[in-house]
Ligand binder design. Structure first.
Ligand code: NAD
Length: 286
């Protein structure tokens, strides 16, 4: 078996079209455009690339965007003051804090300062709590992206075994909740899981969000499983060229999986598409 590719760019483009049409309708009805503010602290090169990609994506669907770049020396109070200004700004419907923040900053305090109705990353404790209680408001973008990609090839998850490698509050845990609401049986594996191969081999759907390049090989994957690779690790090869590695050994796993996402070009583009969707949703609810 050679796995079919789940193309994140194609899926994202389809969603962009729907969002752009809805943004047009929104503008016609309200007379203003949905607005996103991105807060970037410091000069992490990867974060700068992500922020630029988000800015371009907003422009593609007609969402207004602003980038607020604070120096890496900015204090927690300064960051929260900036967020408070954006919370009060009626032209801004979504606020995204680009992660990671510098180590000296308490991320939870900063995320909690975002008004929950503008929290387009879905990471505010209130929004995560609502999600866990089955009454979601704004849901984190990467889990939404994973669910979308899975359902593009497997419309019903009822009774399927979904194994998620990773239990971060950003990806693994909220995704576990989403898939459990889809009536999948969810196994949450992590760095202390006793036998990762055995757990993974049970999966009809295997999602890997560990940040550990090529952690998942052929032996982890049941014949015919759907495999979603969330991992992004930036590296440099022996010739000095930069590249991005996923958590799945693509060449090996494509021999046994039925469907597989590439890295890059899988979960990444879809995550940005859901940031746009969440910004539109926040504007519609405002
Ligand atoms: P994290 O470091 O917060 O969490 C990693 C999780 O993986 C932890 O729960 C840990 O227990 C588990 N883990 C680590 N090594 C493991 C191992 N060897 N075996 C089993 N479990 C292991 O990371 P995160 O924020 O959840 O991100 C995970 C990966 O996904 C990173 O590579 C990140 O860059 C990527 N990511 C991609 C997108 C995207 O849009 N494509 C979005 C968010 C994160």
């Amino acid at each position: 078996m050679v796995a079919k590719l789940i193309d994140g760019h194609v899926q994202a483009l389809l969603l962009y079209r729907e969002i752009a049409a809805q943004v047009e309708n929104f503008k016609a009805a309200k007379g203003y455009t949905p607005g996103l503010a991105v807060v970037l602290v410091g000069d992490n090169p990867s974060s700068q690339i992500y922020v630029e990609n988000k800015r371009k994506a907003c422009a593609q669907v007609g969402i207004t965007s602003q980038v607020h770049h604070l120096p890496k020396t900015a204090s927690q109070e300064e960051i929260i003051r900036k967020i408070n200004t954006l919370n009060a700004d009626e032209a801004i419907h979504g606020i995204l804090i680009q992660l990671p923040l510098p180590e000296s900053i308490d991320g939870l305090s900063v995320i909690s300062a975002v008004a929950p109705h503008k929290d387009v990353d879905g990471l505010h404790p209130l929004n995560l709590g609502l999600l866990f209680m089955g009454r979601p408001n704004l849901i984190p973008c990467t889990p939404l992206a994973c669910r979308h990609l899975i359902k593009s090839v497997l419309p019903s998850l009822k009774g399927k075994c979904a194994v998620i490698v990773g239990r971060s509050f950003l990806v693994g845990r909220p995704l576990g909740v989403l898939l459990s609401f889809e009536n999948a049986t969810v196994v949450q594996a992590h760095s202390h899981t006793a036998n990762l191969v055995e757990e993974c081999r049970r999966a009809d759907i295997l999602v890997v969000a560990a940040g550990s390049p090529r952690l998942i090989t052929k032996e982890h994957v049941k014949q015919g499983a759907v495999v979603i690779d969330v991992g992004i690790t930036r590296g440099t090869d022996s010739k000095g060229s930069k590249h991005i590695m996923g958590d799945v050994d693509f060449e090996e796993v494509q021999e046994v999986a039925s469907y597989l996402t590439p890295v890059p070009g899988g979960v990444g583009p879809m995550t940005i598409a859901y940031l746009l969707q969440n910004t539109l949703t926040a504007a519609q609810k405002s």
